[in-house]
Design a protein around this ligand. Structure first.
Ligand code: ADP
Ligand code: MG
Length: 230
């Protein structure tokens, strides 16, 4: 037990250092980004297209760093979690427009289906739950490069007193050798990925007493998670 306590406090310290570092990186990045945009503007006005291209690359790379830093902050920051009874349908309805909008840009149809025999209420922090929905939908959308269908299904499993949520895409699926790594922090197959979306989802769901598992084949991926009903 003592070992466990020591390990946990060391992890907490590492988390604090990560959050602190991420924060300290973010501020100077904002300044660098701002001035690069000014320089880019000036170069464009004076017709220096090649140099503009360099600045574009710098801005893109800065975008990557700032995504990464944002996700490290999410993962490591000791959050003030606001646990209360929340209706998952309500939470989902609040972010569905964001998901639909992003899907529309990528030629993806979104459907939301529910089959609930009990009130889909769980004890959770609504903001954290939104994070899970957004991360999983984002992955689904990113997987469907040539458009497709995204279904979000919600069902209450009355007997097991569980809520089941499925985020289903018609993308190419996750190759078997990749599947075992997708929850590892920083594992990504994307050029601009951070590899932190799924570890964040899993951590949040674990904190709420839930579980998550992928179910994938060549005709698509279902990310399925369960939460205990309140
Ligand atoms: P990121 O999205 O930044 O790569 P994630 O942790 O969200 O990081 O996902 C890790 C990896 O899992 C992705 O790079 C991708 O290879 C795989 N993945 C996750 N969701 C899907 C999906 N719906 N379809 C195909 N691959 C997926
Ligand atoms: Mg992701």
């Amino acid at each position: 037990l003592e070992l466990q306590v020591r390990r946990n406090s060391r992890l907490a310290t590492i988390g604090q250092i990560a959050a602190g570092t991420a924060h300290e990186i973010r501020n100077p990045l904002t300044a660098i980004k701002g001035f690069l945009q000014v320089i880019r503007h000036k170069l464009k006005d004076s017709g220096q297209g090649k140099e503009c291209g360099y600045i574009d690359i710098m801005l893109k790379e800065i975008g990557r760093i700032s995504n990464l830093v944002g996700e490290i902050l999410l993962l490591s920051k000791p959050r003030q979690t606001d646990l209360r009874a929340v209706n998952v349908i309500k939470v989902l309805r609040e972010i569905l427009p964001i998901i639909k909008n992003e899907a529309l840009l990528h030629n993806i149809d979104v459907s939301f289906e529910k089959s609930v025999s009990a009130l889909p209420v769980v004890i959770a922090d609504g903001e954290m739950l939104k994070q899970v929905f957004l991360n999983l939908s984002k992955n689904a959308i990113e997987a469907m490069k040539r458009g497709g269908k995204l279904s979000i299904r919600l069902a209450t499993m009355a007997e097991e007193r569980q809520l089941r949520v499925e985020i289903i895409d018609s993308g190419p699926g996750i190759p078997e050798e990749v599947q075992e790594k997708i929850f590892e922090p920083f594992f990504t197959t994307k050029e601009n990925g951070t590899g932190l979306g799924l570890p964040i989802c899993r951590q949040i769901l674990m904190e709420l007493g839930g579980t998550i598992e992928p179910d994938s084949n060549e005709s698509g991926t279902t990310m399925r998670f369960y939460l205990p009903l309140a």
